[in-house]
Design a protein around this ligand. Structure first.
Ligand SMILES: NC(=O)c1ccc[n+]([C@@H]2O[C@H](COP(=O)([O-])OP(=O)(O)OC[C@H]3O[C@@H](n4cnc5c(N)ncnc54)[C@H](OP(=O)(O)O)[C@@H]3O)[C@@H](O)[C@H]2O)c1
Length: 354
């Protein structure tokens, strides 16, 4: 065992003794994504505590979650929220729009001495969490990792892994490709709530996306192939800017799933396998250029909501066992060993990485 690995193990042991629990509070456990997250925690022998604002909705969780501890708590009373978090080693926030939920819950987690993760795709949320909670989290000795999810985290991990330990790139392109999109109510509410100007990285700085957003064609790997795309950046821009020095960053999404999203009659996702996943297929394709060197990493898989669960629970597991950078607010690829996380996700069958 290397010295660095030994230090990580000792830090992990220390964290476990301090927290003395594998309890993970899942806020928004009543939602579509929250349910996948609860199942994934159970699969990994962690102890989910179901939390949400509505007693009625929490009482209606699936029978397989009925025996789990539950806590009904809104976000308006910081004292009650802190009390609800007490005893949990980590909080996973699945309740969106995160513009309404992330800051009060993340603050309560930090003040109660628990790690915090969420699955936000909203850029201003990640900016606010980094701005307001980094110092408090360092003082409290806990980690705060927003955007540990399909949108945001997965691209951040792929770009970090492509750099193989480097921290600088002249140009990064992120292209998400979906064969279709069955949006949840939470996705629709979040899109309506988040009216902020989207950010890209231009000349090394966060800058407003051009209006209208530039369009083009992206050459996805099979089965998507060539697709019309439009620039549509999510939280990966803010997470990447947090820990990597990037000259230009552009994020694209193919237009076919956007048509589904913009059609009010498109239904919510339905389960088509025993794990509850829909038939939706995704690709996250990143290209990182440094001088003449260009590297590409590509993750493929099924159901953007379902895959968010192994991503965020992998993060939670690493926060609990000490395999993370330490206290403070951090991007996924900054908090964790990105290549190792991607390997773990691939080994678990959540994604395929090329
Ligand atoms: N970054 C990504 O790749 C990614 C992946 C999956 C999901 N997400 C995001 O995660 C969020 C949830 O998505 P979903 O698919 O799970 O949606 P959903 O099925 O509609 O569930 C929404 C959840 O959020 C809770 N909630 C909403 N507003 C709240 C508030 N103000 N206070 C307390 N709880 C609140 C709901 O509680 P009630 O049951 O009490 O209404 C419910 O548990 C959305 O913002 C979505 O965009 C992001």
């Amino acid at each position: 065992m290397s010295f660095a690995t030994l230090v990580r193990h000792v830090a992990g042991l220390h964290d476990r003794l301090v927290n003395a629990t594998d309890r993970v509070l899942v806020y928004g456990a009543t939602g579509h994504t929250g349910r996948f997250v609860v199942d994934e925690l159970l699969r990994r022998d962690l102890v989910p505590v179901l939390a949400g604002r509505s007693a009625e909705r929490l009482a209606a969780v699936p029978p397989r979650h009925a025996a789990l501890d539950r806590v009904v708590v809104g976000l308006k009373d910081p004292g009650r929220l802190r009390g609800a978090v007490a005893g949990a080693a980590a909080v996973i926030n699945c309740a969106g729009p995160f513009l309404d939920t992330a800051l009060p819950l993340a603050r309560a987690a930090v003040e109660a001495g628990a790690h915090y993760l969420d699955v936000t795709a909203e850029q201003p949320v990640v900016q606010a969490v980094y701005r307001d909670l980094d110092g408090l989290a360092r003082t409290a000795g806990v980690a705060v990792v927003p955007a540990m999810a399909f949108y945001g985290g997965l691209a951040d991990l792929l770009v970090t892994a492509a750099l193989e330990g480097g921290s600088q790139a002249d140009e990064v392109e992120v292209a998400v490709g979906l064969d279709r999109w069955w949006p949840t109510a939470g996705t629709r509410a979040t899109g309506a709530r988040n009216t902020s100007t989207r950010l890209v990285i231009r000349d090394g700085e966060l800058a407003a996306l051009e209006d209208p957003a530039p369009a083009g064609t992206w050459h996805y790997p099979p089965p998507l192939g060539n697709q019309p795309v439009v620039q549509l950046p999510f939280s990966e821009v803010v997470t990447i800017a947090r820990h990597l020095e990037v000259g230009e960053l552009r994020s694209h999404l193919n237009t076919a799933p956007l048509d589904d999203l913009h059609d009010a009659t498109t239904p919510a996702p339905t389960a088509t396998d025993e794990d509850g996943r829909s038939a939706q297929r995704f690709v996250v394709d990143v290209v990182v250029r440094r001088g003449a060197d260009a590297r590409r990493r590509c993750a493929t898989g099924r159901d953007i909501y379902a895959v968010t669960a192994p991503i965020v629970v992998e993060g939670a597991a690493r926060l609990l066992d000490g395999r993370h950078r330490g206290a403070g607010a951090a991007a996924p690829g900054e908090a964790f060993d990105a290549a190792d996380v991607l390997t773990a996700l691939e080994t678990a069958g959540a994604i395929t990485v090329r």
